[in-house]
Ligand binder design. Structure first.
Ligand SMILES: [Ca+2]
Ligand SMILES: [Ca+2]
Length: 230
């Protein structure tokens, strides 16, 4: 049933869906640099760096959204930080970085974090973890899913990430390396974005005293592009 509903979404919106895989369509900030034709290095392996890449086209969350990318979290496990965060927000703006994973303080917003550094005061678990948070609250007390612990991410390998928003089921699924690692059943447009389906998405990473390089490699983006008044 889910498959057919998903198929229906695709068919209904086929005229507006858009797919591409160009790193040229991201607005880079901070330390972010294009690495090659598929990948952006958000931070180099240095202390106190932060970088962001915002997709320049607004997306329409009243239709389906699918993002397939690979993430690389560097090679330092014990000495690594901070991880990679995805941010959905009505304007292209990065929130508090570092432990804030790029979404802290943004309202309204939805954030998905892949956190590799334990901040005790945010109730981070000791292991690398994923969480979904809304409205810029990085403390896991406020997470709407997670923190869900993951195997070590800082192994230098590409980790396949699939984020899928189904507007009919009102379900946001997050799969990493072929396994579902986070899930949110909520009417994001109404409950988070107060009825506004038009958002931008960006990806951010940061380092602190501990560090890693952080990369995102774009594989496939499928979404309905939103109309934005001038
Ligand atoms: Ca953390
Ligand atoms: Ca780790």
């Amino acid at each position: 049933m889910h498959f057919f509903r998903s198929l229906l979404v695709v068919l209904l919106t086929a005229g507006t869906l858009f797919a591409q895989s160009s790193v040229e369509e991201f607005k880079l900030g901070g330390t972010a640099r294009i690495l090659d034709e598929d990948c952006i290095r958000l931070t180099p392996d240095v202390q106190f760096a932060s970088g962001s890449a915002w997709y320049e086209k607004p997306i329409d969350l009243s239709q389906s959204f699918e993002l397939t990318v690979c993430l690389v979290f560097g090679k330092r496990d014990e000495l690594g930080a901070d991880g990679i965060g995805f941010v959905f927000h009505p304007v292209m703006r990065t929130g508090y970085r570092g432990e804030g994973m790029g979404f802290a303080g943004l309202y309204p917003s939805l954030g998905i974090e892949f956190d590799t550094y334990q901040n005790y005061h945010l109730a981070d678990p000791p292991n690398d973890h994923v969480a979904i948070s809304v409205n810029g609250q990085p403390h896991h007390y406020a997470s709407v899913d997670g923190p869900n612990e993951l195997p070590n991410l800082e192994d230098g390998q590409k980790h396949l990430l699939w984020i899928y928003w189904n507007p009919i089921e009102k379900q946001l699924q997050v799969h990493l390396d072929g396994k579902q690692v986070a899930n949110l059943n909520e009417d994001i447009v109404e409950d988070v974005f107060r009825g506004n389906p038009t958002v931008f998405w960006g990806v951010t990473a940061a380092t602190g005293r501990k560090m890693n390089y952080h990369d995102i490699c774009i594989k496939k983006l499928v979404f309905a592009q939103a109309e934005v008044p001038d």
